[in-house]
Unconditional design. Structure first.
Length: 296
């Protein structure tokens, strides 16, 4: 079921077009990633989708609601790149302040979120005195107090250690399962897109590719096999010349269509191989293949 639709969404700052006629179709319960380099237009898109700024043109619909509708705001939660919490208030005061903005909040749910994100023990500590990882867990809890259908996370993992990242995703995945929570995230952590149901690759304000991770990998990322061999010429007889990326006296680098082809080839060439390394194509390869440059 389609939850959020954006049609021909465009944003300009003066003469600069930050977002250029993008179309999005996000289904309920999905985890959707916006992947793109710095300045691609991800945050500008999120700002329009969350009703913080008005698009110059185009339309947005969340189950028929427009971002200017009060009900729209009640259905979403937002975690910004820079925190918007009050550093002089305690964690609990910040959460309760937020909760007051909604008519009906489930206090039991807030308590369970605080347990799940492991912030109950710091509830009476001032937000300004928390570590980066603690702050981020509070930021996300705050964005969830109204039990939103749709959560926006603008670069949620920036500056976090692996333990905090894992904790956050453990809780969010639980909420996806139990509450059917839909999540839209922007990220520079390419591996974070691996768990996404759908990825929009954005560059220069445009969607340059959009698909499932599996399909993007199939289309743009190839597996790379590096082998050390006793006889390069003999090995070349056993492979398709189109696979060759590089050759030197004792080593070949091969781009293979899939892992089964690699296994079949390795079995045939086994007596000639002295060492090997197999690297699966990843989101980095996809990004470089699409934009022709490393992520900025
Ligand atoms: N308020 C603003 N005034 C002028 N230009 C802006 C403004 N906000 C964003 N831009 C420009 O719009 C473009 C898109 O910026 P945006 O912040 O959306 O990119 P991003 O993909 O979120 O980047 P990052 O990953 O670095 O956060 C950039 O060229 C940026 O300089």
């Amino acid at each position: 079921m389609e939850l959020l639709t954006a049609t021909n969404l465009t944003q300009r700052y003066g003469s600069k077009i930050a977002v250029n006629h993008i179309n999005l179709s996000i289904h309920a319960g999905q985890l959707v990633a916006f992947l793109g380099p710095n300045g691609a237009g991800k945050s500008t898109t999120i700002k329009m989708l969350t009703g913080i700024t008005q698009p110059k043109s185009g339309s947005i619909s969340l189950s028929g609601l427009h971002p200017t509708d009060a009900k729209y705001r009640h259905q979403i939660g937002v975690v910004f790149q820079d925190s918007v919490l009050d550093s002089e208030l305690t964690v609990r005061q910040n959460l309760m302040w937020r909760a007051k903005m909604y008519k009906h909040v489930d206090q039991q749910f807030i308590a369970s979120l605080m347990q799940a994100f492991d912030i109950a023990a710091i509830a009476n500590q001032k937000y300004g005195s928390l570590s980066g990882g603690q702050r981020r867990r509070v930021d996300i809890t705050r964005a969830l107090v109204n039990k939103p259908n749709l959560l926006f996370l603008d670069e949620p993992s920036t500056g976090l250690d692996i333990q905090t990242r894992n904790k956050i995703w453990e809780v969010l995945n639980q909420l996806r399962k139990e509450q059917h929570l839909t999540i839209i995230l922007t990220t520079h952590y390419l591996e974070e897109t691996n768990f996404a149901d759908y990825v929009y690759v954005i560059d220069h304000g445009e969607i340059i590719a959009s698909d499932t991770v599996t399909n993007l990998k199939r289309e743009y990322a190839s597996d790379l096999l590096t082998i050390d061999v006793t006889d390069v010429d003999a090995v070349k007889q056993l492979l398709d010349a189109n696979w060759i990326v590089s050759v030197d006296a004792k080593q070949l680098q091969l781009k293979l269509p899939d892992v089964n082809t690699a296994i079949e080839f390795l079995a045939k060439a086994r007596p000639l191989i002295t060492a090997m390394e197999y690297k699966r194509g990843d989101m980095n390869d996809i990004f470089v293949a699409l934009t022709g440059k490393k992520i900025r």
